[in-house]
Design a protein around this ligand. Structure first.
Ligand SMILES: [Zn+2]
Length: 186
């Protein structure tokens, strides 16, 4: 899937989580940080691609991205696995209190938002032709449906004509039908 599709799916995941576990009085700082974390989480698994937009935002990002690319050799390795989820989760819990001030930011909300983005990325990639090496370092790639040719091809018509409008419709409908779940968030 393309970066923008991942961003939308990550956001849809975040909204869904709030419908099931409505949050109250989070405060603007936590909400804004959670939204950024959710977007970053949705792009993080593709850091093994030098073209990832996250690299473009960093100084020397493109060159560092290329080195990263060489290290991981093929796209969709460690970052697209259960081990990757575990490691990122641990790193995020360790890193957040170092970067942010705990008085204004609810770390738990921010880290959950990031992990929702991260896991939504893997779910979305799981229905694409390439599949997911969930049990990395084992090389076997999982995917749904199991027949490869039935899966989505990244960046092709199905993604832009069906997936993207479908996710946008889902986001709008969720906000309209479950608006009560969002009223207390601020
Ligand atoms: Zn990916």
């Amino acid at each position: 899937m393309l970066g923008r599709t991942h961003n939308m799916i990550a956001f849809a995941g975040l909204l869904t989580a709030n419908v099931y576990y409505p949050q109250t009085n989070l405060g603007l700082a936590t909400i804004m940080t959670a939204l950024v974390a959710n977007t970053a989480g949705g792009l993080l698994p593709d850091l093994d691609q030098a073209t990832n937009r996250l690299w473009g935002m960093l100084p020397f990002g493109r060159s560092v991205g290329k080195i990263f690319n060489e290290l991981f050799l093929s796209h969709r390795g460690l970052t697209h696995s259960l081990l990757g989820i575990f490691l990122v989760d641990k790193i995020v819990y360790w890193l957040l209190p170092i970067i942010f001030n705990g008085t204004f930011i609810n770390f738990q909300i921010v880290s959950i938002s990031l992990m929702i983005g991260y896991i939504s990325h893997l779910c979305a990639d799981g229905v694409t032709e390439e599949g997911l090496p969930l049990l990395y370092p084992l090389k076997y790639k999982f995917g749904l449906p199991p027949t490869k040719s039935w899966r989505i091809k990244t960046g092709e018509w199905f993604e832009s004509l069906v997936v993207t409008p479908g996710v946008i419709a889902y986001i709008v409908l969720t906000i309209i039908t479950d608006w009560k779940a969002f009223t207390g968030v601020f």
